[in-house]
Design a protein around this ligand. Structure first.
Ligand SMILES: Cc1cc2nc3c(=O)[nH]c(=O)nc-3n(C[C@H](O)[C@H](O)[C@H](O)COP(=O)(O)OP(=O)(O)OC[C@H]3O[C@@H](n4cnc5c(N)ncnc54)[C@H](O)[C@@H]3O)c2cc1C
Length: 338
C-alpha cells in the first residue's frame, strides 16, 4: 500500500510538475507537512495555457451530485473545509438552481439526483437574488456551496507557496523521468501520453460585463437543451458556462456561443445588454469514468482526471496524496498502484 513512503525518507525532495489547481494544492499541503518542495510550470505566470485558467471555479459538491458519483461529493465536502482553512475569505454564499415552469420535469430530475439543498419559492428567490424576483416559480438553494475566481485565486495560492518557501519555476518544462526524489505529476491534459485513457473534454465559456444586473452567487439554469451557470465575478463581470463536449479542439463554436448567450438571456433579459469580453475554452482532463485518480508508481505519483471538478477536488486529493506518502492512510476510491 505505501509504495512511495517505503522508498522515501522525510528529507527526500518533492518535485511537483504543473502549477494548475491540482499541482498548487499538492505543493501547498506537502510544504505544510514540512517537506521540501519545488514546482515546475512550463507556462508563464499568466497560466493561460492550463485548464485551470478557463474554469468557473464553483465549489459545488452537492449540485454536482446531479451528474457525478458519490465520491465527488465526499471529497468535495472535505475540500470545502480545506478551502476555508487556507483562504477564510473564500465566498460561501451558496448556489442557486432555477428552471422555468415549463421545464419542471428536468428540474425535478435534478432535485432527485442532488442533495444538500433547500427548496425555495419565488419569494425566497427574490430575497436571495433580488434581480431574479418574479422570474422563476421555484428553485433549489445549496447554502453550503462556494466559489472562487480561478484567475485571482491561483496567484493568491502561488503567493502562499512563495511565503512557505516553495519556489515555482515558471517557463520550466519538466518530465517525471528526469527529476530526482519524489515526483508529483500534475500536468493535466498534457500528461495524456503517460496516463492511458486520459482525454480532454471541451468546456466553452463567455465572459461578459454589465452593471444592469447583480448576482450574489452562482446561478444554474436547468434547461432541456442548454443547462448552464452564471457565476458573478468582480467588477460587474459574469462568466457564462459551460459546454461539455467530447472534443479536444479548443476553439469556441458559433453554436456553443449562441447557446450560452441564449441561456443567460433566458435567466434575465438584462444580460442582453452586456458587453462580451471574451469567448473561452478549456480541455477538462478526464479518464473514461470521469473520476479522478492518484496513480502511484514507486517514486512517481500522478494526480489527474479532475474533469469538471478540479477546484472542488484539488485540496482533498492533495490531502489524500500526502497521507499516502506519509504512510498514514490511503483512499482506495482514488489511489491506485501502477
Ligand atoms: C469551462 C470550464 C469550467 C470549469 N468549471 C469548473 C468549476 O466550476 N469547478 C471546478 O471544480 N472545476 C471546474 N472545471 C474543471 C477544472 O478547470 C479542471 O478540473 C482543472 O483545472 C484541472 O486542473 P489541473 O491542475 O489538473 O490541470 P491544469 O490546470 O491544466 O494544470 C496543469 C499545468 O501543468 C502545466 N504543464 C503541463 N505539462 C508540463 C510540463 N511538462 N512541465 C511543466 N508544466 C507542465 C500546464 O502548463 C498547466 O499549467 C472547469 C473546466 C472548464 C474547462
Amino acid at each position: 500500500m505505501l509504495q512511495a513512503s517505503a522508498h522515501m525518507g522525510a528529507s527526500t525532495s518533492i518535485s511537483v510538475i504543473g502549477a494548475g489547481i491540482a499541482g498548487t494544492w499538492q505543493a501547498l499541503l506537502f510544504a505544510k507537512a514540512g517537506r521540501k518542495v519545488t514546482v515546475y510550470e512550463r507556462d508563464e505566470r499568466t497560466m493561460t495555457g492550463g485548464t485551470s485558467h478557463w474554469a468557473g471555479g464553483m465549489l459545488a459538491p452537492y449540485a454536482e451530485g446531479e451528474a457525478s458519483e458519490p465520491v465527488i461529493t465526499r471529497l468535495g465536502l472535505r475540500s470545502l473545509d480545506l478551502w476555508r482553512k487556507a483562504l477564510p475569505e473564500t465566498p460561501f454564499n451558496g448556489s442557486l438552481v432555477v428552471a422555468h415552469g415549463r421545464d419542471r420535469a428536468d428540474f425535478e430530475r435534478f432535485a432527485k439526483l442532488a442533495g444538500g439543498y433547500k427548496r425555495v419559492g419565488s419569494e425566497e428567490i427574490a430575497t436571495l437574488e433580488p434581480a431574479l424576483a418574479g422570474r422563476f416559480p421555484e428553485g433549489l438553494f445549496f447554502p453550503a456551496e462556494g466559489h472562487v475566481e480561478p484567475r485571482r485565486v491561483l496567484p493568491v495560492l502561488h503567493e502562499k507557496l512563495r511565503q512557505a518557501g516553495v519556489p515555482i519555476e515558471f517557463k520550466s518544462e519538466a518530465q517525471p523521468r528526469d527529476l530526482d526524489g519524489l515526483v508529483i505529476d500534475c500536468r493535466g491534459i498534457a500528461a495524456r501520453g503517460a496516463c492511458p485513457g486520459l482525454r480532454g473534454v471541451k468546456g466553452e465559456t463567455v465572459l461578459i460585463e454589465t452593471s444592469e444586473i447583480a448576482l450574489a452567487r452562482p446561478v444554474r439554469l436547468v434547461h432541456p437543451r442548454w443547462s448552464l451557470y452564471i457565476i458573478p465575478r468582480a467588477d460587474n463581470r459574469f462568466l457564462i458556462g459551460a459546454t461539455t463536449i467530447e472534443s479536444e479542439d479548443a476553439s469556441v463554436t458559433l453554436r456553443s456561443a449562441l447557446e450560452l448567450m441564449s441561456a443567460a438571456y433566458a435567466v434575465h433579459p438584462a444580460f442582453g445588454e452586456a458587453r462580451i469580453l471574451e469567448f473561452g475554452a478549456g480541455l477538462r482532463p478526464a479518464f473514461p469514468d470521469n473520476l479522478p485518480r492518484i496513480t502511484v508508481d514507486n517514486t512517481r505519483i500522478s494526480v489527474n482526471g479532475l474533469y469538471r471538478h478540479g477546484f472542488l477536488l484539488a485540496p482533498a486529493l492533495a490531502e489524500v496524496t500526502v497521507a499516502h506518502v506519509l504512510g498514514e492512510k490511503t483512499d482506495p476510491e482514488v489511489v491506485r498502484c501502477a
